[in-house]
Design a protein around this ligand. Structure first.
Ligand SMILES: C[S@@+](CC[C@H](N)C(=O)[O-])C[C@H]1O[C@@H](n2cnc3c(N)ncnc32)[C@H](O)[C@@H]1O
Length: 230
């Protein structure tokens, strides 16, 4: 059984990818620029995050900034491969990645995605999108800064983490979740840029209890796959 290929979930995902393409078209044009300009763009976002995190992401309140269908399928596959029961997502936006993750849990019999986003209007839209996909029972969405919303815990041990929020906070959020990670947990850093937060250096140092490798697809986007080894 695979609900991302056919049926209600697949239909909602198809609609959301279309809506996202229209909403994010101006940003996609920027991302298609040549590498040197992209580097400058990343540096600018890092600076913006450091000076005004809320303002930066409120500026993207109408943008989906979502995973591609290919990356969404990869998230679904990872969740199923590790037989996840509890998944934490930093940066839920409109809920596209949330739906891929929750669909994997439901297709395996149940579980929980705990997602969080800084922008309250996005959390409302994510809830509506998750509901349209028929997945509300598996998803808890928390509005606010992940460093606060995840502080109180996530209700148990974590099988999988998607880091897809502010680039500069990946290491902070990982360290917050670290005590709850099961050995063998999968951590996926979308846009885990080397110049941001020290995250890449940390997860690539085996002494910290991880094995980590950049992903061969969506090259140049800094996507990193990490396993908690101990
Ligand atoms: C790239 S988007 C996430 C896309 C989403 N994972 C998807 O594929 O549909 C990044 C999101 O992270 C959120 N964000 C940024 N900083 C955050 C923080 N400190 N805590 C929670 N969410 C944050 C932004 O509001 C934005 O919606």
């Amino acid at each position: 059984m695979n609900s991302i290929s056919k049926g209600q979930v697949a239909e909602v995902l198809e609609r959301l990818h279309q809506e996202a393409e229209a909403a994010d078209a101006p940003l996609a044009a920027d991302a298609g620029r040549e590498a040197s300009t992209r580097e400058e763009m990343i540096d600018q976002v890092l600076k913006d995050e450091a000076s005004d995190l809320k303002g930066t992401y409120n500026g993207f309140a109408e943008n989906f900034l979502n995973v591609s269908p290919e990356f969404g399928r990869f998230l679904y596959l990872c969740a199923r491969a590790c037989k996840a029961k509890r998944i934490v997502e930093f940066g839920s936006s409109m809920g596209v990645s949330t739906i891929y993750l929750a669909a994997a849990l439901r297709d395996m019999g149940g579980g929980r995605v705990i997602g969080t986003d800084l922008v309250p209007s996005k959390v409302e839209r994510a809830r509506a999108n998750v509901a349209a996909a028929g997945l509300s029972e598996l998803v808890e969405l928390r509005a606010g800064d992940a460093r606060e919303t995840l502080k109180s815990g996530v209700g148990g041990d974590i099988d999988m983490v998607l880091l897809d929020g502010a680039f500069t906070l990946y290491l902070d959020v990982l360290k917050l979740l670290e005590p709850h990670l099961k050995p063998g947990a999968i951590i996926i850093g979308e846009n885990a840029f080397e110049q941001a937060s020290g995250y890449i250096d940390y997860v690539r140092d085996p002494q910290n209890g991880y094995l980590s490798q950049s992903l061969p697809f969506d090259a140049g986007r800094g996507n990193e796959l990490t396993i908690k080894t101990s």
